[in-house]
Design a protein around this ligand. Structure first.
Ligand SMILES: [Zn+2]
Length: 550
């Protein structure tokens, strides 16, 4: 009998990462050089020398990190993850306007004459010339199709001459109230940029596309694949969806080996006990003990948004003294739903923006403890956006998780103070106050309200400055985090919020092998390089799902 010399012991790895700067986010072993992975799990973390012992020449794949930063995969705790439109012309992070022309051409070539070409997320502040784009970029490739490309903030669009003509917009069209038809200073002709209410003038003149059920199904499928592709390219290895999504589609993707991101899906909060019983069944089918497709939490809204002045505040708005926002329901109705759902043992997450909305949310969770008893419920306050000082300690006392999105801070800070005044801004996006009061934050993006890219969130958390950079220390700088903290809340914090901190969010023996390698050292680079940091490898459950080198 011949014994095989090839290693068959448990000590051989399927994949090793060597020569890295491994930020494990594990306080027992914060820094390492290398990681060994077998199956879905991490089996060892340590020096390159130590991990080399796990290499079995025949079966072990090796990634040489070449000194790059290795992190746990990003876990987006609040993301409206859904299929993308495969026909949408994606222009985020484009820095050369010529690329707009190229990408529009690709889509026009796929379209029938008269069919609408839609796209957006361009930002002329990122162009090397920093000038507004104009219709000429589009006209050369789209003489027979309407093209509408919205700016990254959604407050203006670029259209081609086809759309201007169909809308009857000429050099003689006056600006509508609250809007602007941008005109060339020399020729006085419309440039193709329409701002704010001027966008309402658009009549596309588009020919409706008729699609068969089969075509729609195929397009939706492609949309799921695109969404997953975006997530893995950005190093997002887990997503938690507020509210519902299609469990069966994700199961189908998983069965086909195409699911490259773990996903928690919830339902809407209700006090209807027959519905709650159905949710219990669903949570048994997609249990918390699972690692891929899981039943998440029940989502509710207590108020609106700060941008539209509908966040529920104790005191009136500074810029609209007639209003202090809107509650989505009476407190009694809300409390009843929370208490009833809590009795079923389900997790609840409430969208709360205003200080009163946050206060009500905490009050209802407190009532649930009072009536149903205390358990490890990990109820969540989604956004926790404006909190009155006396409520900060209540989060930790009640075991309520502040689930927050750092980019909202840098997107909204310009109007926040005008709307609620300096004093109330002290409690806005108040990460440090919440941590000091004992909370573990869960970080996410609220994509597609904000981009999915975790680097934007990390940048926002450590700077509290505009994306393009700005002088000074940032907005209410006492609330800023360190990079290590921001990464912690984006990994361990988010895992905690979904009851997975015992097996996900750290690079640690026995944990799920969800790992990213990035191209810059986030811990040492200047802040103006954080946003341009890119992911080089994404590993989910031990499988390399994305590599920039391929
Ligand atoms: Zn949201």
């Amino acid at each position: 009998m011949v014994l095989s010399v090839s290693c068959t012991s448990n000590d051989s790895a399927d994949l090793v990462i060597l020569n890295g700067k491994v930020l494990t986010v594990d306080k027992d072993n914060p820094l390492a050089e290398a990681v060994a992975i077998k199956g879905e799990e991490i089996i060892a973390v340590g020096s390159t020398k130590k991990i080399k012992a796990y290499i079995n020449g025949n079966i072990t794949k090796t990634i040489d990190a070449k000194g790059r930063l290795v992190l746990p995969g990003f876990n987006d705790a609040h993301v409206h993850f859904r299929p993308l439109d495969p026909d949408y012309v994606e222009l985020r992070y484009v820095n050369d306007p010529g690329i707009i022309t190229q990408r529009v051409k690709v889509q026009v070539d796929k379209s029938k004459p008269g069919e609408l070409v839609k796209g957006g997320h361009w930002d002329h502040e990122l162009f090397s010339i920093r000038e507004w784009p104009s219709k000429e970029l589009l006209d050369v490739v789209s003489p027979r199709n309407p093209v509408i490309l919205s700016r990254v903030d959604g407050h203006s669009v670029l259209v081609n001459s086809y759309v201007l003509n169909a809308s009857g917009i000429t050099e003689n069209t006056p600006d509508p109230f609250g809007g602007e038809i941008q005109k060339d200073p020399v020729t006085k002709k419309p440039t193709g940029i329409l701002k704010e209410t001027a966008m309402d003038l658009i009549k596309t003149g588009a020919v409706e596309t008729v699609r068969t059920a089969k075509e729609i199904e195929e397009k939706t499928w492609q949309g799921y694949l695109l969404a997953l592709k975006e997530a893995r390219e950005l190093g997002v290895t887990s997503v938690q969806v507020p509210g519902s999504a299609d469990f069966e589609m994700y199961e189908k993707l998983q069965n086909d080996g195409l699911l490259t991101c773990r996903i928690d899906i919830g339902k809407s909060l209700t006090g209807d006990t027959s519905l709650l019983a159905e949710y219990i069944k669903l949570s048994e089918k997609y249990p918390r003990t699972g690692n891929w497709i899981r039943f998440g939490y029940l989502k509710s809204f207590i108020d609106g948004s700060m941008g539209s002045g509908t966040a529920l505040m104790f005191e009136p708005y500074n810029d609209n003294p007639e209003s202090s926002g809107l509650a989505m329901m009476t407190y009694e109705e809300f409390e009843n739903m929370v208490v009833t759902a809590d009795k079923y043992g389900l997790q609840i997450g409430v969208h709360a923006i205003g200080d009163k909305g946050n206060n009500w949310t905490l009050n209802a969770f407190e009532k649930a403890i009072e009536l149903n008893g205390r358990r490890d419920s990990r109820h969540r306050n989604e956004h926790s956006q404006t909190v009155q000082q006396s409520d900060f300690p209540r989060f930790a006392q009640l075991g309520v998780i502040p689930s927050m999105q750092p980019t909202h801070c840098i997107s909204d800070k310009n109007f926040y103070e005008k709307r609620v005044g300096f004093e109330r801004c002290k409690g806005a996006y108040a990460w440090r106050s919440l941590i000091d009061a004992g909370s573990i934050l869960a970080f996410g993006t609220d994509y597609q309200v904000e981009p999915l890219n975790p680097m934007e969130g990390l940048y926002a958390a450590v700077t509290r400055k505009a994306r393009g950079g700005e002088e000074g220390d940032g907005w209410f700088p006492e609330q800023k985090l360190t990079m290590e903290e921001a990464i912690y809340f984006y990994t361990v914090g988010s895992a905690y919020a979904q009851f997975m901190d015992d097996r996900k969010g750290m690079i640690r023996k026995g944990y799920l092998a969800d790992i990213v390698i990035v191209d810059k050292d986030l811990l040492t680079i200047p802040e103006n390089q954080i946003m341009s940091t890119r992911v080089d490898f994404t590993i989910v459950g031990g499988r390399i799902v994305y590599s920039s080198e391929e």
